[in-house]
Design a protein around this ligand. Structure first.
Ligand SMILES: NC(=O)c1ccc[n+]([C@@H]2O[C@H](COP(=O)([O-])OP(=O)(O)OC[C@H]3O[C@@H](n4cnc5c(N)ncnc54)[C@H](O)[C@@H]3O)[C@@H](O)[C@H]2O)c1
Length: 360
């Protein structure tokens, strides 16, 4: 592969403009050559701001995929089209970064894993919270065995009143669910990755539609329309892994609590534990609180993969491009992301049936 990658972005909305495009445009190994959105003005606006000279715009992603000079496609559309576009892109010979969650359903996620294997293309999922300084630091400590055997964990994705009212986040058909699949997915991904445990045995879950029917509710992004709020407002799950390790996953966009924490986890191991918190900083960087034998440790500095200070978005994109250019496994593998999707779907199924879901 040459040292310059031609990249296309499909879906030029919030996450494309908030993460992919600014971070990719800072990398010298990248040329942003094509932009697609069903709302063509959004593709044009992104091409004007971030495109290389001669960049193309498309309304239909299938036309974009016919361009053989494109090597990489970033999928930034709502959840219901992740699998379709990612699989078509890999079949057209492109490597793919797809936004989280991997797909709307676990079956689609499994098809994406299969397509990556069949085509030999690289596939990664946008779990950017792994690339925060505190996450990277904690990962190193977990790998070094500082926490010992992690047998209990909590995955936190709790907002008090922050229901996303733009786009299609409240539309179950497009997204596959509410806060569980939207933000619970980040917290669960982070927790499984830090535990390095991808073997669930059983899941029990519950989902609520308690606050979604409120009219004119106070909300960070303005009141929601109860008629359109068809997904859950909160969901909770207990996940027991094959080795007995247990995870409590909590997710909400609206819950009456002051204990708000998003994309954080608590890890309890035989040798120590860690609580990810906001507001604890060392050299200006967020830190996790680390405990060893109940004594708070000084984390002793924040380590980066290569000692550089950069945002999680820039780190995510830099390591993805590095994986492509140097034929490495991406930090977020499709197999890992697929397990996240399988567990989330099991929580929804358990909530629907009232029964635990067992993995064989
Ligand atoms: N990593 C994160 O933290 C994070 C944050 C926000 C959103 N996301 C994910 O990103 C995805 C998009 O979310 P968003 O907030 O950017 O939504 P958005 O509604 O702002 O943008 C989505 C864009 O995709 C376009 N689109 C829809 N279907 C398309 C298709 N078939 N072909 C081409 N374009 C199409 C829409 O017109 C829109 O411009 C979701 O899967 C979401 O879960 C991830």
């Amino acid at each position: 592969m040459s040292n310059l990658l031609n990249i296309a972005v499909v879906g030029c909305g919030g996450i494309a403009n908030g993460k992919h495009l600014p971070s990719l445009s800072r990398l010298k190994e990248v040329k942003l050559v094509a932009f697609c959105d069903i709302v063509i003005e959004r593709a044009r606006a992104a091409a004007d701001k971030y495109g290389a000279s001669g960049a193309q715009v498309y309304e239909d992603y299938r036309e974009l995929l016919a361009d053989e000079t494109i090597q990489v496609v970033h999928v930034c559309t709502p959840n219901d089209s992740h699998a379709e576009i990612a699989i078509a892109a890999m079949e057209a010979g492109k490597h793919v970064m797809c936004e989280k969650p991997m797909a709307k359903t676990a079956a689609e996620a499994r098809r994406m894993v299969e397509a990556a294997k069949r085509t030999g293309r690289k596939l990664t999922i946008g779990y950017n919270n792994r690339f925060r300084p505190d996450s990277l630091h904690l990962k190193q400590l977990c790998e070094a065995g500082e926490l010992g055997d992690i047998y209990y964990a909590k995955a936190h994705a709790i907002r008090r009143r922050a229901v996303p009212t733009w786009g299609v986040f409240l539309d179950g058909e497009k997204q596959g669910g509410g806060p569980l699949i939207d933000i619970g997915t980040h917290a669960l991904d982070l927790t499984l990755w830090l535990m390095n445990n991808y073997e669930p045995r059983a899941v029990l879950g519950q989902a609520f539609h308690k606050l979604s029917s409120r009219e004119n509710a106070a909300n960070a992004w303005g009141p929601w329309d109860p008629a359109k709020f068809t997904v859950e407002d909160s969901a909770f799950g207990m996940i027991v892994m094959k080795n007995g390790a247990t995870i409590m996953l909590e997710s909400s966009w609206a819950l009456n609590t002051l204990d708000v924490k998003e994309a954080k986890c608590t890890l309890c191991g035989t040798e120590g534990g860690a609580d990810m918190e906001d507001g604890l900083r060392l050299n200006g960087e967020k830190l996790s609180r680390l405990y060893k034998h109940q004594v708070q440790l000084d984390a002793g500095g924040v380590d980066f993969y290569d000692g550089k200070k950069e945002s999680m978005q820039d780190t995510e994109m830099r390591l993805w491009i590095d994986a492509l250019l140097n034929d490495k496994e991406p930090v977020v593998t499709p197999e890992q992301a697929c397990v996240v999707s399988e567990i989330l779907e099991a929580i929804y199924e358990s909530a629907r049936t009232g029964k635990a879901v067992y993995f064989d």
